[in-house]
Design a protein around this ligand. Sequence first.
Ligand code: HEM
Length: 175
Amino acid sequence: MVSYLFVTGSEPLVSPLCTGVVTLLVNHLELRDCVKDPTLWPKAVEEVLRYHHNGVLGMPRVATEEIRLHDVTISEGEGVCTPMLGATWDPAHYRNPARFSIHRRTDGTATFGAGPHFCLGAALSRMFLQTAYEALFTRFPSLFLAVSEHDVPWERDLFSTKPALLPVAWDPAAH
Ligand code: HEM
């Protein structure tokens, strides 16, 4: 459990640190709203985690008995991979899920799983990301992408989602 916490306690936070920064820089009106009203940072964190969930393929599961879900029968012993984006982009729960909006009303996010394996690090992750985004954009309110958003290279890793690098610049006169 301790070694599991060492791994899970750092790596899953690296991706949203980067995906959040790039997504907020691209959606600069939402970013402006957060800088003006810091009580919106928690909503920005929820929306970043919904929009770019870390778990690309999700944890594999093996059915211990036959089960029927959404008109599909999964037999005992069959393996299933359920990408988390299937939940966080589910149009039955999120209107226009492809739109990034920190102002959306959610009915409870699926980001951190559910049931007995609900993420142990959910509260830490939320606090960490709120603190990091707020600190960065308060210190550098003029931060901008130094390349077109279409030229940001993304890692093709199936375990987590993040840019391979993120060139940024800022206006020194504004600070
Ligand atoms: C934004 C970052 C994170 C996301 C999106 C995330 C997401 C998840 C999800 C979806 C699960 C459920 C997996 C399943 O159903 O099998 C999970 C489990 C878990 N997470 Fe996280 N996590 C994050 C950060 C962290 C951090 C920072 C820690 C540790 C401090 C952590 C520790 C754990 C542990 C120990 C479990 C397994 C719980 C169990 O099996 O009882 N996670 N996480």
